[in-house]
Design a protein around this ligand. Structure first.
Ligand SMILES: Cc1ncc(COP(=O)(O)O)c(C=O)c1O
Length: 389
């Protein structure tokens, strides 16, 4: 079979399995209401949890910094791409999460790859929750350490793996808030087990930072765990902070090792400095406007109450990620399409992003939604969930 014929066959198979993915093309800003080339929708599928992606103050910070710094960083951090505003953002992030130091990465995906790459190699042990985000799984595959996966949130399984390993360096990697389920990792127990076995633990707080904890400091604040060894924190900036990029926070030796050895830090262009300036402003808003987190919590409760009354299958989640597990891909697609016809957008998430037979609507909320928006979603769901069966 020729190369082209093989690709065409694979694509046809994807269609037949209802696993073909399509992009929605937006023609305006991210927010609760979006415009696409097909129309306008009330959207429940972004990670812009605090509604900061198009906040006028964040936009202004980006514009003003672009006037000062230009657009592209023009080089990697270790050549001439590292600007004072990157430095200021790292200091602000470190202070925010209570760590000695923080290091910016271009994306969360790259940060996760970089941590595993810098800290582990052949003969080391890497332990991952089965439901971890793809970037953590890929980090494990690329770093050449032995990769073991444990049943979701099973702390005893982690303990057994650590106890039976002879590896000198052992690292646990977990989503702190699971990206497709919205539930929380047993952070305090995992940190304790890591400590017992002289292992370290990476908490990927992509979906907790800015959202959880009274001050928005994320999962560590929520679980009252301090950021000190064995904890390594990875946070992303493209979700609740509304901008782009990521950071790793931890102790001095860790951060300096990442600068020296993480290939996804060294061999790539530094993020645009204006984005760093926008993130500084977003971080100020995260600190100073706790009402955004309160609004989110209120909306989540309102949704769960309403969904419960409708008999919808709710997940065990109190976060703004509220999946409705449907089952097979074609059923999830049918509900998503039905909702779209009523002007409500919730994308269907299918394997391999989620395990087989757990295709779902990944409903997410933003502080920019209103109670009426949630009621409209509930109304649309009550009318279309029957198309799932
Ligand atoms: C848990 C988790 N980790 C890491 C990432 C990757 O972050 P980024 O989008 O900055 O690459 C995501 C989502 O994108 C995520 O959900």
């Amino acid at each position: 079979m020729t190369w082209d014929a093989e690709l065409t066959r694979r694509l046809a198979q994807r269609h037949a399995d209802n696993l073909f993915r399509r992009r929605i093309t937006l023609t305006g800003a991210q927010g609760p209401r979006i415009t696409t080339d097909e129309g306008s929708y009330l959207s429940f599928c972004s990670n812009d949890y605090l509604g900061l992606a198009s906040d006028p103050r964040v936009i202004r910070a980006l514009q003003e910094a672009a006037n000062q710094y230009g657009v592209g960083a023009g080089a990697s951090h270790l050549v001439t791409g590292h600007q004072r505003i990157h430095e200021l953002l790292e200091q602000a992030l470190a202070e925010f999460v209570g760590a000695p130091r923080a290091l910016l990465f271009s994306t969360g995906y790259m940060a996760n790859l970089g941590i595993a790459n810098a800290l582990l190699g052949r003969g080391d042990l890497l332990i991952e929750d089965r439901l971890n985000h793809a970037s953590l799984i890929d980090a494990g595959l690329l770093c050449r350490a032995e990769l073991r996966r444990y049943t979701h949130a099973d702390v005893d399984a982690v303990r057994r793996l650590l106890a039976s390993s002879k590896a000198v360096r052992k690292l646990i990697l977990t989503d702190a808030v699971f990206s497709m389920d919205g539930d929380l990792a047993p952070v305090a127990d995992l940190v304790a087990v890591a400590g017992d076995y002289d292992a370290r633990i990476v908490l990927d707080d992509a979906h907790g930072l800015g959202v959880l904890g009274v001050g928005g400091r994320g999962s560590l604040e929520h679980h009252s765990v301090s950021i000190a060894p064995p904890v390594i924190l990875m946070g992303t900036l493209g979700k609740a902070l509304g901008t782009f990029g990521a950071f790793v926070a931890g102790d001095e030796a860790l951060i300096e090792t990442l600068i020296q050895e993480a290939r996804t830090y060294i061999y790539t262009t530094a993020p645009p400095p204006a984005v760093a300036a926008a993130t500084c402003e977003a971080l100020r808003i995260v600190r100073e406007e706790p009402w955004r987190r309160e609004r989110l919590r209120h909306l989540v409760q309102h949704f769960r109450r309403g969904a419960g009354e409708l008999g919808l299958p709710l997940a065990d989640s109190d976060t703004p990620i509220q999946p409705i597990i449907i089952g097979e891909p074609q059923q999830a697609l049918a509900v998503s399409r039905g909702l779209k016809k009523t002007g409500v957008l919730v994308t269907a998430i299918r394997p391999p992003t989620v395990p087989p037979h757990t295709s779902r609507l990944r409903v997410t909320f933003s502080a920019g939604h209103s109670e009426q928006d949630v009621d409209r979603l509930l109304d649309a769901l009550s009318g279309h969930m029957n198309s799932a069966h």
